[in-house]
Design a protein around this ligand. Structure first.
Ligand code: URA
Length: 443
C-alpha cells in the first residue's frame, strides 16, 4: 500500500478496502506512517465520509490495536452504557447500581473528565478512599459477586484511538461523525461487554449540536456495534441544558445518591430510569414494562442505593458517606449568580456551564492539574423557567475565592432571556436501533 494512493482515493470519494484500512491504522500505530500523511487522510475522511463497511473495518482494527478485554469469566449478559459526553452527566453512578440491584451485570470501564465534560472516574474518586484502579481479577470477582464494578479504563485500550484522537485534536478533525463513531466504538468493542446502550447527547453541551447530526452519529454507532456482533441501541438525550442541577464532583455524587432514592431532579431521574430499563431489556431481564417496574422498585426499596454503597465498600471507599452525605467536605467559598432580566431563561450555553466548572477547579485545565472536589455549580433555574431580575439562579462553589470572580463573569454570559416562554427540547429525543429511529412521543 502507498499512503499517497490511499489519500488520493479517499479525496476523490472512493471507499477504501479492508486491507487498505488495516494497513493505514496498523502502520500509523507502528510509527510507519507520518502524522502529515495521516492528517491528510483524516481531513479527506472529514469531507468525504466513510461507508458503514469502511467504518466497521476501521473501528475493529482500532479496537484490536490494544487489549481486547475478555469478560467471559463473568457470568450472564454484560451490558455497557456510554455517553458521547455532557455537562452534569452522572448517569452511570445511578444506572449501574440499579441494573445490578435488578440482577443485571455491569462491568464498566469509565473515563476521566475531558475538556468541559466531567468524567465518571473523577466523580467516584470524590468519595473518600474509593479506588478505581483495580486489577482485572478483582474487577471480575466484584462483578460476579455484586453485579457491578466501575473502574478506570486500562492504559492499553485502543491505543490507535489515543494516537488518532491526539492528531484530530490539533488538525480540526475532532467533529467528524465517522471519526467520533470509530473512536467511541473502538473502546466499547475492546472493553468486552456483550451489549451496548449509547447515550447520544444533543445540544450546546454536546459534540452534536443538532438532532439530525445526532441521529446520523447514533445510526453509525449502532451499525458498528451490530456489525461487530454486539447488540447496540442509542438513545438521544437533551444536552442543551446541564443534566440535573449539580455540576462538580462531590455535588454530583450527592445528586446521584438523591436520584437513587427517587428524589433526583426530574430530567435526571427520568433519564436514569429510561437507561436502566433499556439496559435490563438488553440484558434479557424482561419486557420493557417489566424492566421499568423493576427499576422503580429498586429505587423505592433502596436496593439500588445499597448496591452503590456495596460497590464503594468493595473498592475501598467509605460507604458511610453514601448514607450520610452531610459528611462530604463543603466548598470554602461560594458566590450567587443572579438573573439578568425578568422573563424566561431562553437558553443556557451548556458548554460554557461546563467550562465554568473547570474554571472553579472541578475539572483539569491541563493534564497535570489537580481537581477540587468541592468545586462546582448548583443551578436553581434552567432553560424554560420563569425568573425575576436579581433572583438567584445558581450558586458557584470553589476552594479559592479568586476563581469565583472569573467563573461568575464567564457564566453570566452563557444565559439569554426572553419575554415569551421558549420551546424546550424533550429530555429524551429519540431511540435508534437496528430496526430504525423512533422519535418522541412515539417512544
Ligand atoms: N469521545 C470519544 O471518545 N471520542 C470522540 O471522538 C469524541 C468523543
Amino acid at each position: 500500500m502507498r499512503m499517497y494512493d490511499v489519500i488520493e482515493k479517499k479525496k476523490r470519494g472512493f471507499a477504501l478496502t479492508k486491507q487498505e484500512i488495516y494497513d493505514v491504522i496498523n502502520g500509523y500505530v507502528a510509527d510507519e506512517i507520518p502524522d502529515y500523511q495521516m492528517s491528510a487522510l483524516l481531513m479527506a475522511i472529514y469531507y468525504m465520509g466513510m461507508t458503514d463497511e469502511e467504518l466497521l473495518y476501521m473501528t475493529e482494527c482500532m479496537a484490536h490495536s490494544g487489549d481486547m478485554v475478555d469478560l467471559s469469566e463473568i457470568s450472564g449478559i454484560k451490558v455497557d452504557k456510554h455517553s458521547t459526553g455532557g455537562v452534569g452527566d452522572k448517569t452511570t453512578l445511578v444506572v449501574a447500581p440499579i441494573v445490578a440491584a435488578c440482577g443485571g451485570k455491569v462491568a464498566k470501564m469509565s473515563g476521566r473528565g475531558l475538556g468541559f465534560t466531567g468524567g465518571t472516574i473523577d466523580k467516584l474518586e470524590a468519595i473518600p478512599g474509593m479506588r478505581t484502579a483495580i486489577d482485572e481479577k478483582r474487577f471480575f470477582d466484584i462483578v460476579n459477586r455484586l453485579g457491578l464494578s466501575v473502574i478506570g479504563q486500562s492504559a492499553n485500550i485502543a491505543p490507535a484511538d489515543k494516537k488518532l484522537y491526539a492528531l484530530r485534536d490539533v488538525t480540526a478533525t475532532v467533529d467528524s461523525i465517522p471519526l467520533i463513531a470509530a473512536s467511541i466504538m473502538s473502546k466499547k468493542l475492546a472493553a468486552g461487554s456483550d451489549k451496548i446502550v449509547l447515550d447520544v447527547t444533543v445540544g450546546s453541551g454536546a459534540f452534536m449540536k443538532s438532532v439530525d447530526d445526532a441521529i446520523v452519529l447514533a445510526k453509525k454507532m449502532v451499525a458498528i456495534g451490530e456489525g461487530a456482533g454486539r447488540q447496540t441501541i442509542a438513545i438521544l438525550t437533551n444536552m442543551d441544558v446541564p443534566l440535573g442541577v449539580a455540576v462538580g464532583n462531590t455535588i454530583e455524587v450527592i445528586e446521584a445518591i438523591d436520584t437513587l432514592k427517587g428524589n433526583g431532579p426530574r430530567d435526571f431521574q427520568e433519564i436514569c430510569e429510561i437507561f436502566a430499563t433499556s439496559m435490563l431489556v438488553l440484558g434479557e431481564k424482561g419486557s420493557e414494562e417489566e424492566c421499568a417496574n423493576m427499576v422503580k422498585k429498586a429505587i423505592q426499596s433502596g436496593s439500588g442505593l445499597d448496591k452503590f454503597a456495596e460497590m464503594i465498600r468493595e473498592q475501598g471507599g467509605d460507604e458511610s458517606y453514601i448514607y450520610h452525605t452531610e459528611k462530604f467536605q463543603k466548598a470554602l467559598c461560594e458566590r450567587k449568580i443572579f438573573a439578568g432580566e425578568t422573563g424566561y431563561i431562553s437558553s443556557m450555553n451548556t458548554e460554557m456551564c461546563g467550562k465554568t466548572a473547570v474554571i472553579l477547579g472541578a475539572g483539569r485545565e491541563t493534564k497535570e492539574s489537580s481537581i477540587d472536589n468541592t468545586a462546582g455549580i448548583h443551578f436553581y433555574k434552567k432553560t424554560g423557567e420563569q425568573v425575576g431580575k436579581g433572583e438567584v439562579i445558581a450558586t458557584l462553589y470553589s476552594s479559592e475565592e479568586k476563581k469565583l470572580n472569573d467563573a461568575a463573569s464567564y457564566l453570566e454570559k452563557g444565559y439569554t432571556y426572553s419575554k415569551e416562554q421558549p420551546k424546550k427540547m424533550d429530555n429524551v429525543i429519540a431511540r435508534v436501533s437496528k430496526d430504525g429511529v423512533v422519535r418522541n412521543p412515539d417512544l
